[in-house]
Design a protein. Sequence first.
Length: 303
Amino acid sequence: MPVQIKIANTSALLDELYKVRHEVFSTEEGLFAPKPDGRVFDRFDAYPTSTNIVAVIDGRVIGGMRITLDSDIGLHADDYYDYEPMIPAGAARASLGHFCILKQYRSSQVAYALMLMACYYGCSQNTDWVLAPVNPSIGRMLGRIGFNKAGDSFEVPGIASKVLPMILDVRDLQDIFIDFLRQNDLYNFLQSYECHVFNPDETIIRAGDVGDMAYVILEGELKVLHPADNSVLATLGEGDIVGELAIFMDDVRTANVVATSPVRAMTLHKDIFLEFLRSNPDEALNQLKLLGRRMKAMVASYG
């Protein structure tokens, strides 16, 4: 089933996340001693500067990661490593922590999506540097995003694994969605975005459903299929937007869209997408041209 990556914005989601942390850190990995209430959280979870990103399958939280913005009480990362010599004076900092995914759902695609979503949020808050004291096992994956080692891994009392200090200069974060945000000044709307991870052959959009969002394709490839005979109307990939027709028309979806490879896509909700087009006339024109080509293909498919 598709995996949804989003901000944990309810008490229920946060409570489920704390239980997942306990299952992963205490039961599956044995990193922390078990807690009587079956939950793992710390003081930073109570601060308004912290935001938790969760991975959800069919309504169930299966993983998460926390990002904390700097304040006068400091960062979670400061408790583990002295990053100060590496960061210019006055730079805005944030830290990542408590990365976890239940063992049965672990995949590089879900892990990568969680990490990137946390970085997206940091960028939306004008963060300059992201600090991440992490389990060495995820160091290589963070390196793919743009993180570098700040030092060697080291032992921490009370934790049954070493900690690897990593650091990201957000200017080194190379990602198609970050470029999309930068080019279109959409940072202020990031809180209402969600990310979905689809497996090959999973349906992304189904003809006849009510459409209230579009998708920005970040990775992978998908096909737009005619609902009558499944003929291919379009093949889309990285950087393309799909599902916008129902938003324009205030109508149901007119075609099926199916992943032909692993796909990672950001959802762009209707009000945000329309505001984006109002403030970007050139992009609005491009979208109209794209819709015209798809309509042409659909008409041609009828013979």
